[in-house]
Design a protein around this ligand. Structure first.
Ligand SMILES: [Fe+2]
Ligand SMILES: [Fe+2]
Length: 388
């Protein structure tokens, strides 16, 4: 196969078979985010400028002399760069040497914009769609019942939700954010404005935890245990402070839990992004205990995933609460004492991306940025989980 691939086509191919990726960007940009593969041996970073280090030699000669031993002979090699231009030169040189080579059209810029929607369940009574923002590791949800819909944690690019609602021919009724996000810019307000429906947030999250300034827009209060009737089912807000003070999970029809930033598949959310790590860790502990008391059969639908290794066979991200209680590194610690849990959390906090303070300002209307700045602020993969 020597056919170049769009980000959608590459994603589909990676779900079906093992592919070999050659990323030709600098190590610095590669480390800031790259296409993630299940098997680490299927991804290699050889910077384009390393391939051009001898101005006398052609790219083909340089690959032949220096790089050939690192590349598989009988697999299709997908070359990835920032926008698709240098990848093309490398793919051409590889083909000259007899390799099968393609490029990711539009490079990482296109991969960063990729959203993939998959059904968790589909019926008239209840349908749940998981919208995966692949590069960022963010998951959001469209819940429908009997012709109406709720959208949970929509991302900045609202088009996938607008398209899906249109395709399903359902009328949006609620926009719910589990919390004021720090890792990405919410599309909640924009969607709510577009459809003329309410945007809900827990009021504790309507205040920036560091600036101590309130949101500059009005929203509807999503208080603890508020019930959102949706068609034939109910969605219940569960207040689970810890990751943020106003953090919420949404229990759907008593069977599914949109856990937002609390329980992920392998890890749990970090409680330090408000600058109150010690105090909020104890709140987090109590909230996780509350969630773990729910029935084991509940299917947890997280707000993030850490990589494709967490995907189910049908390429969605979910797990039964009962299994998570026995496997999730953070929940295993939450079964112990508060002191042990605190020690675990405080020794497993990843770096605090400084842009997270500004992203939350944008989400509360305290800072206005243009599209270019918004993309720059949320360009990296999310760092919302405790390390595991
Ligand atoms: Fe978060
Ligand atoms: Fe997050």
């Amino acid at each position: 196969m020597n056919q170049d691939l769009s980000s959608e086509q590459l994603h589909r191919l990676m779900e079906q078979e093992k592919v070999f990726l050659l990323d030709v960007r600098s190590p610095e940009t590669f480390n800031q985010g790259h296409v993630e593969v299940k098997s680490p041996s299927s991804l290699i970073n050889i910077p384009y400028f390393d391939l051009l280090k001898d101005p006398q030699a052609s790219l083909t000669e340089l690959i032949k002399n220096d790089t050939e031993h690192q590349l598989p002979k009988n697999e299709n090699i997908i070359v990835v760069c920032a926008r698709g231009r240098s990848a093309k030169s490398v793919a051409d040189a590889l083909r000259t040497l007899g390799y099968q080579a393609s490029i990711l059209i539009g490079g990482m810029q296109s991969w960063r914009d990729l959203d993939v929607s998959k059904a968790i369940i589909e019926s008239t009574e209840l349908s749940i769609y998981q919208i995966c923002r692949v590069a960022k590791g963010c998951l959001s949800y469209v819940i429908t019942s009997n012709g109406v819909a709720a959208i949970i944690d929509p991302a900045r690019n609202i088009q996938p939700y607008v398209d899906l609602l249109k395709k399903l021919n359902v009328k949006p009724q609620y926009i719910l954010d589990t919390h004021a996000h720090a890792d990405h810019i919410s599309g909640g307000r924009e969607l709510a404005n577009q459809f003329g429906i309410p945007y809900y947030l827990h009021p504790y999250d309507g205040i920036h935890p560091m600036d101590m300034l309130p949101a500059t827009f009005s929203y509807e209060a999503s208080w603890a245990n508020k019930i959102y009737p949706l068609g034939n089912i109910n969605i219940e807000a569960l207040h689970i402070p810890g990751h943020t003070l106003g953090n919420q999970a949404f229990l759907i029809d008593q069977r599914y839990l949109c856990s937002g930033d609390s329980i992920f598949i392998q890890s749990i959310a970090r409680p330090d992004l408000g600058g109150q790590a010690k105090t909020w860790t104890l709140l987090h502990y109590e909230s996780l205990k509350k969630l773990m008391a729910l029935p084991d059969t509940i299917l947890v639908l997280p707000g993030h995933f850490s990589g494709p290794q967490e995907a189910n066979a049908n390429h969605t991200y979910s797990k039964r609460l009962g299994d998570l209680k026995n496997e999730n590194a953070g929940l295993l610690e939450a079964k112990k004492s508060a002191a042990v849990f605190s020690e675990y959390i405080l020794s497993h906090l990843p770096h605090f991306p400084p842009e997270y303070i500004d992203i939350k300002r944008v989400n509360l209307g305290l800072l206005v940025v243009d599209n270019e700045k918004a993309s720059e602020l949320e360009s990296g993969k999310n760092v919302c989980a405790v390390s595991h």
